[in-house]
Design a protein around this ligand. Structure first.
Ligand code: UT7
Length: 302
């Protein structure tokens, strides 16, 4: 499709495989529904007990209604309300902090937070700056009130609007609604200035991780697992090295899935869950379009 090679992709990004959702009319919710059903089975919570579902995505099934509504309907979450969050690759992080606040309010007991994107629907397979990186994926987590002191300890969410023109999808929104010209000009695809995004991602994630560690009187040695956004193995390595963390303490699945945008963090947690013990201290961090970024410290609950 483009002038590249397997060797270049593997060495420059760490990506060996990507998943693509195929099938006419299949959207992001088609990946979410099995993830949520699996989550409900594993946690033994009934669909009617879910109070709220938050979907972090930049690739909703449709512009209207929210993808959360498709999830409510298809997973029969009959007592839940829901909404979508658009924070690109930081969507799961932003959503987790939002979900935490709903639970902490005492009004909601079972909140599902989902990170999911069908990136193949907005990727230009003639653009080697993006098409070699992005894949499709979804993950879901359940948040409940903690009675044992475990759970989310602290969060820092940030935005740096210098990224507005460095990573974006030009058309399709209210400023440039879809028309023949926008389609012909390939303006519905994601554009990024890869080099600038790369630099900003390393600075943003390592900086906010240092800040959250300091604020909590911690150092890298106190972290059992770094859970970084999976955009490029070189970004992951540069971020963890700045914190003095070895690869063995870093969740990495970019080789299997590529960059699934809002999906990367929950896919990491799911992939590593058998290695996690209650009380393990995790440092989650992400960086994405906007720029949006942040970090969350949590102790694993179950
Ligand atoms: O999740 C947040 C969103 N995205 C990201 O975080 C992505 C951040 N950026 C990146 O991961 C990297 O910048 C890319 C993977 C997009 C590009 O890698 P890079 O190491 O920054 O490549 P570059 O743009 O500096 O280009 C180096 C060379 C150039 O050739 P010359 O000028 O040295 O001859 C490019 O033309 O590699 C060439 N190149 C490619 N070659 C083969 C750029 N892309 C490709 C490619 N295949 N796909």
């Amino acid at each position: 499709m483009v002038d590249t090679s397997d060797e270049w992709i593997k060495t420059r990004t760490g990506i060996h495989e990507r998943r693509i959702l195929k099938g006419e009319g299949k959207g992001t919710s088609d990946m979410i529904v099995p993830a949520v059903n699996n989550l409900l089975n594993n946690s033994q919570v009934r669909p009617e007990e879910i109070d709220l579902v938050i979907v972090a995505t930049i690739t909703p099934d449709r512009m209207l209604p929210a993808t959360a509504m498709h999830v409510v309907k298809r997973c029969r979450l009959i007592n839940a309300f829901g909404f979508d969050i658009n924070a690109a690759c930081s969507g799961f992080l932003y959503g987790l902090e939002t979900a935490r606040r709903f639970v902490e309010s005492g009004s909601y007991k079972n909140v599902i937070i989902i990170g999911a994107d069908k990136m193949s629907s907005i990727i230009d397979y003639q653009d080697r700056n993006t098409c070699i990186i992005f894949g499709d994926g979804a993950g879901a987590a359940l948040l409940q009130p903690s009675t044992n002191g475990l759970g989310i300890q602290d969060a820092i969410l940030r935005a740096d609007s210098s990224g507005v023109e460095l990573l974006y999808q030009h058309a399709g929104g209210s400023a440039y609604p879809p028309n023949e010209e926008t389609v012909a000009n390939r303006e519905h695809f994601v554009y990024q200035d890869g080099k600038q995004v790369f630099k900003a991602a390393v600075q943003g994630m390592s900086g906010v991780c240092q800040d959250i560690l300091e604020r909590n009187g911690l150092t890298g040695d106190d972290i059992d697992w770094l859970v970084p956004h999976q955009a490029n193995i070189r970004i992951i390595d540069a971020t963890r090295e700045r914190m003095g963390l070895p690869r063995e303490k870093t969740m990495i699945n970019i080789h299997k899935y590529g960059n699934t945008t809002a999906g990367t963090l929950p896919l990491c947690l799911w992939g590593y869950k058998d290695q996690l013990k209650p009380g393990d201290r995790l440092l989650l961090t992400a960086f994405g379009g906007g720029f949006t970024y942040g970090a969350i410290i949590l102790t694993w609950g179950c």
